[in-house]
Design a protein around this ligand. Sequence first.
Ligand SMILES: Cc1cc2nc3c(=O)[nH]c(=O)nc-3n(C[C@H](O)[C@H](O)[C@H](O)COP(=O)(O)OP(=O)(O)OC[C@H]3O[C@@H](n4cnc5c(N)ncnc54)[C@H](O)[C@@H]3O)c2cc1C
Length: 408
Amino acid sequence: SYKITGQKIFISSGEHDMAENIIHLVLAKIEGGPEGIKGVSLFIVPKFMVEEDGALGERNAVSVGSIEEKMGIHGNSTCVMNYDGAVGYLLGDEHKGMRAMFTMMNEARVGVGMQGLAQADVAYQNALAYAKDRLQGRAVTGTEHPDKPADPLIVHPDIRRSLMEQKSFVEGARAFILWGASLIDAAHRADDKDADGLVSLMTPVIKGFLTDIGYDMTVKAQQVYGGHGYIEEWGMSQFTRDARIAMIYEGANGVQALDLVGRKLAQDGGKHVMAFFDMVKTFIKENAGQDAEFDASFMEPLKAASKDLQSAGMYFMQNGMKNPNNALSGSNDFMHMFGHVCLGLMWAKMGLAAKKALKDGTGDASFYETKLATGRFYMARQLPATSLHLKRIETGADTVMALDAANF
Ligand SMILES: Cc1cc2nc3c(=O)[nH]c(=O)nc-3n(C[C@H](O)[C@H](O)[C@H](O)COP(=O)(O)OP(=O)(O)OC[C@H]3O[C@@H](n4cnc5c(N)ncnc54)[C@H](O)[C@@H]3O)c2cc1C
């Protein structure tokens, strides 16, 4: 064992009494180790020492210095932790701490992506109930509830647009994250190397895209409430405050985009991104050409969006080498494009399943009709965002990097 001295900040649930012991995973340097990040090792530091027979012993020299005041997630104590010669046990090999930690971080990032989805979903469910309940104005095409002093908000096209954006994101994101989680299972349980490569490529997308858009969706849901969205009593601002952290922790989303473009695209010689494109291409080839309406509303938008994504990848290959700023000025756009293409793929798959269920007459027809209508909305109104992202990416770094720092 080692004696560890130092401080960690921003430690979620760093201290609490909800469990009889806490195991801190700590990255620290062993004296004489290499400089920089390559020198860190990973340690287990228990709050209470554990005796030979498993009983809890003395308190270890790790303590909470203070608890941060935060914008949201008030149910979670974010602590400054002090280590004053605390006993730590090496986990894995000396100086290989970063690699060991990333086995945890990758899945933690998928977990944070899930938070983006979860906050968007609960905010949407509240907004939907409010839109059906609150009476304000009349439907532009003629009164729908003459017995009431006004029609409910849900008759208004702009409220419906917002609710459809929320619903189509939440359902698409749920499929996407389930797919990611199933790839993790395949990698762990069946030692599937391709699944491992694919989920490694998509992890920054799951984390960055789902939390960026998840946050936007909580704001949209809050907006449905009008003034009451801003009043604490209704609870909508809590979703927005709580969703905000997911864009920051487990690596800020800018760093997720950097990881995607700077590292994951080229990982294993670009094998995983090529496998992704092949998979989308094969899916389209195998399922297009059978139903003109489905092709027009699902397959063609997916094909166009995936072409945009490939063009962006090509732009990075051709221009990122000579000037890496050309690639990194577009990294956020690329992460968002990638997210849209993944959700587009999920919607096309869900659309096919819904079509089949309707044809076979299995299950609840209205559920499947609703799925198809929601998918059509996503493909028509959300997925084409890829073309704007591509346009931005193709302008490179010139306008982004034009100003001297002094001129900002
Ligand atoms: C409430 C809360 C709970 C947390 N819980 C934990 C925890 O339990 N354990 C733990 O270890 N950490 C925890 N953290 C830390 C968290 O993971 C980091 O704050 C987060 O990863 C961002 O790092 P940073 O604060 O150092 O920001 P910086 O690295 O300083 O980043 C600042 C900004 O610059 C951008 N940026 C930085 N570098 C680059 C680059 N090379 N290229 C482009 N953009 C860049 C980032 O995207 C970001 O927008 C927590 C933080 C908070 C606020």
